[in-house]
Design a protein around this ligand. Structure first.
Ligand code: FAD
Length: 387
């Protein structure tokens, strides 16, 4: 096994990993940079997988994140491989394909994986999940061969997928343990609006439903629900949340909080030369004054960029943006930004033509989050209040 000496090793080729490599070079970081990505595909845009890519409005070729010749220009080596071990004392990493690296700095940007439902049949490999481009292509292929899909889960991915599948003409049953989609996070009125949109799109919602088993037979799938009728479908997709991919970090002995790597506002961990960014990080947000867990695309890019810049020696870059995301259910865009630890009051403000804003406040009446639909001025106002 030959050992390569690198200045920056990035583990993970999602938005955080790619941004780390870009940020390192932008800050003038010198020497050899290697990104190891376990995903066999070149870096791609993940959010369209449940939206325009699934609906067929965006082609696979248009999902790529790299500009032509960008890696060569940045002098970054991209390897499709998996890091299997990191020894932080020796500053040394090994991969599945037998490569090994001695690094000066390493960025953990290993992202998340979808969780399987903890019920009989939940881990059946035929159950669909959606995280990677390969998952997205499998789901798309499936849509060509089936009539009915059961979608379990009513987070943003579940709602986006359910609506997209309806637009493709499939019968969709969405099963959720919430009383309305996303009610637990966004409040009753927002939940009711989203339920209305899904119903308008023709999604059949089964709410307050605890799934007890997923059973496959020759004709399709039965979703068993505690105290309610079974749901029959040709295929089932589970969108029941994600788990940060921190096995590697745990084995390396990094400081973890609820499965995420603890880092400061510069994405620096307590271990010398080790940074983390994106879904896998429990990062200190300077404006919030505490660490946050976030699972959003834009935040992963921002954190990755900061990690790369800090690894190149910048002291200036630090994470202070309010976290958030945009979600598309059918052709309706929701914009959300929030500090992420709940609210005491959700103030619903109706706008023209179905537009709305939900202002989330804490016990002092301070704005801690916002959700808007066709109310960009309110979103911008709340964003600056949060910043
Ligand atoms: C269908 C879908 C739609 C979404 N829509 C939105 C949206 O609209 N808005 C939004 O804000 N967010 C959205 N998200 C969430 C967003 O995609 C994530 O928050 C973001 O991708 C996190 O970026 P990351 O770089 O931290 O991790 P990831 O994008 O998960 O990338 C991590 C990478 O690390 C690799 N990896 C893991 N372990 C290793 C290892 N040991 N060695 C080498 N490589 C490794 C993985 O293969 C993966 O490629 C969506 C997610 C999905 C799945």
């Amino acid at each position: 096994m030959t050992d390569e000496v690198v200045d920056l090793l990035v583990i993970g080729g999602g938005p955080a990993g790619l941004a780390a490599a870009r940020g390192y070079r932008e800050e003038g970081g010198k020497g050899r940079v290697v990104v190891i990505s376990a995903d066999p595909d070149s870096p791609y845009d993940r959010p369209p997988l449940s939206k325009d890519f699934l609906r067929g409005d965006t082609a696979e070729d248009d999902l790529g994140l790299l500009e032509d010749g960008e890696l060569a220009k940045l002098e970054v080596t991209w390897a499709h491989d998996r890091v299997t071990k990191v020894d932080t004392a020796a500053k040394h990493a090994e991969t599945r394909e037998g490569s090994s690296f001695t690094y000066r700095n390493v960025v953990f940007a290993t992202g998340s994986n979808p969780v399987a439902l903890p019920v009989p049949g939940g881990d059946d490999p035929s159950v669909l999940h959606l995280r990677t481009l390969a998952d997205g292509k499998r789901l798309k292929e499936t849509t060509g061969t089936v009539r009915t899909v059961a979608v379990i889960g009513s987070g943003f991915i579940g709602c986006e997928v359910a609506s997209s599948l309806r637009r493709l003409g499939l019968d969709v049953v969405q099963v959720t343990n919430e009383d309305a989609p996303q009610e637990n996070r966004l409040g009753e009125e927002a939940g009711a609006r989203i339920a209305g949109w899904l119903a308008e799109d023709g999604v059949r919602l089964v709410t307050g439903a605890t799934v007890t088993a997923i059973e496959r037979d020759a004709e399709g799938v039965t979703v068993r629900i505690d105290g309610q009728d079974d749901v029959r479908a040709d295929e089932v997709l589970v969108a029941a949340g994600i788990r940060p991919a921190t096995e590697l970090a745990a084995e390396a002995g990094l400081d973890l909080h609820e499965g995420r790597i603890v880092v400061d506002a510069q994405m620096r961990s307590a271990t010398e030369g080790v940074f983390a960014a994106g879904d896998v990080a429990y990062a200190f947000n300077a404006a919030a004054g505490r660490e946050l867990s976030v699972e959003h695309w834009f935040d992963a890019e921002v954190m990755g960029k900061i990690a790369g810049r800090a690894a190149a020696g910048s002291e200036g870059a630090q994470w202070s943006d309010p976290p958030g995301f945009w979600s598309q259910i059918g052709d309706r865009w929701l914009k959300y930004a929030a500090w992420g630890d709940g609210y005491v009051e959700a103030l619903f403000e109706e706008g023209p033509d179905g537009a709305f804003t939900v202002w989330y406040q804490n016990e002092n009446g301070t704005c801690v989050g916002v959700l808007t639909y066709n109310a960009d001025a309110n979103y911008d106002k709340a964003f600056s209040l949060l910043s």
